[in-house]
Design a protein around this ligand. Structure first.
Ligand SMILES: [Zn+2]
Length: 410
């Protein structure tokens, strides 16, 4: 019988821990925290360096943009973007072994796919990366309208669905085409951040024209907005950084700039349509597998280097909920932020009329201590979460594993 208010439990891990401790042992730890599903990273968009408290080799840097699982090259034969397999775990199928262990232990295994952010692909195939208003290609974010990017992603989805008996296909980085909140010169003002986060590549121009959206006109206006931003000194912006770090100017800006507002709306519709396409493909190959997706919080900035804002990252709980079985809000902050953002996410999902599982991701690393776990998890459940996910299994010290197990059994 489920305890802890009936909430389902998820946790996540990078494959290095499977290699270090052995998939059977990792899955046993996951089962001890009464987790229903373990999400294993299938590929990471940037080479994070990990310091892993329980791994025999504590310090490890991940391979950027390589598949942490064997790939079926024939599925990518028609695609420009070619997959690259892991060198660190060559000849091993860690995810496959984890699935075998999970079957015995009653733990579902999900694979986490980083969709529209991939440093390796963006650098190897610059024509597939986001093109900013000045015509420069990004080194990380991929254009979600680029046909090669979509072909590669659909081939990858088919590859993992045909290879593995997954519990959930777990989608991440949708799409977060964002200009950071800060640059070397200081704070980026909100109007520049808005237009600087849009893609104006030929694929987007074609897709927009087909949808009756004037992206050319929006591009011309974006360049004027860029020049207006340049006329305000960097030191002036920096002195106002407390006011400029939020979305202060953006409501009025969008009320006045309908062309830019239309582009933001169109992006949301394109991503919702993409998710629908993913569902269709999944249903033809593996109808029982669930589709999950991770979104940044609606209110607090996302935790990664770009400090993403949901609305600017083309993420909408309301728009995406109908396409998902499990919607994950990644709230790597304290209890009060969890209380606020989980409530907001829940309300948006309800307003969609759809009822996917709503899972709140909680931090179980860094400043979070084992004493914080019960409070964080209870707060998420009180705010309406059907499930909680603890991030992430490979970074947890033994007392953290114990604290999660205790909460799960309470
Ligand atoms: Zn584009």
């Amino acid at each position: 019988m489920k305890k802890n208010g009936g909430a389902r439990i998820w946790t996540l891990a990078f494959p290095s821990i499977l290699d270090g401790l052995g998939p059977e042992n990792v899955v046993a730890e996951v089962a001890a925290m009464r987790a229903d599903e373990l999400v294993i990273c299938g590929q990471i968009y940037t080479g994070y360096r990990l310091v892993m408290p329980r791994h025999p080799d504590m310090i490890y840097q991940m391979e950027e943009g390589r598949h942490f699982h064997p790939v079926n090259k024939s599925l990518y034969a028609q695609t420009l973007i070619q997959p690259e397999e892991t060198a660190d775990f060559a000849g091993k199928d860690l995810i496959g072994q984890a699935i075998g262990a999970g079957r015995k232990a009653g733990v579902g295994i999900a694979v986490w796919l980083s969709l529209f952010a991939n440093g390796r692909v963006a650098k190897t195939y610059p024509e597939c990366a986001v093109e900013n208003l000045y015509g420069n290609r990004d080194r990380l974010f991929l254009c979600f309208n680029n046909p090669h990017v979509r072909q590669y992603i659909f081939a990858w989805i088919e590859d993992v669905l045909r290879r593995y008996e997954l519990s959930t296909l777990f989608l991440d980085k949708i799409p977060q085409t964002l200009l950071e909140a800060r640059s070397l010169t200081g704070v980026v003002d909100p109007p520049l951040r808005v237009v600087g986060s849009l893609c104006f590549c030929p694929s987007c121009k074609r897709a927009a024209a087909a949808d009756g959206l004037d992206l050319e006109a929006a591009h011309r206006r974006a360049l004027e907005i860029g020049e207006n931003s340049r006329r305000i000194h960097q030191w002036t912006k920096e002195r106002l950084s407390d006011d400029l770090k939020g979305d202060t100017e953006v409501p009025l800006f969008l009320l006045e700039e309908k062309g830019i507002y239309d582009v933001l709306q169109w992006r949301l519709r394109k991503i919702a349509a993409f998710l629908d396409e993913v569902r269709g493909l999944k249903d033809t190959i593996a109808p029982r597998v669930k589709v999950g997706a991770a979104l940044v919080p609606q209110v607090k900035v996302g935790h990664d280097a770009t400090a993403p804002r949901a609305w600017l990252a083309a993420q909408s709980y309301k728009y995406f909920a109908p396409m998902l079985d499990s919607l994950h809000s990644v709230i790597h902050w304290d209890e009060h932020v969890v209380a606020y953002d989980a409530a907001r996410a829940r309300d948006s999902i309800r307003s969609s009329g759809a009822a996917p599982e709503f899972c709140v991701h909680l931090p179980a690393y860094g400043r979070t201590s084992p004493n914080d776990i019960a409070g964080l998890a209870d707060t998420a459940v009180s705010a309406g979460a059907d499930a909680v996910a603890f991030f992430c299994q490979d970074l947890m010290e033994p007392p953290m594993l114990d604290a999660i197990g205790q909460w799960a059994n309470s």
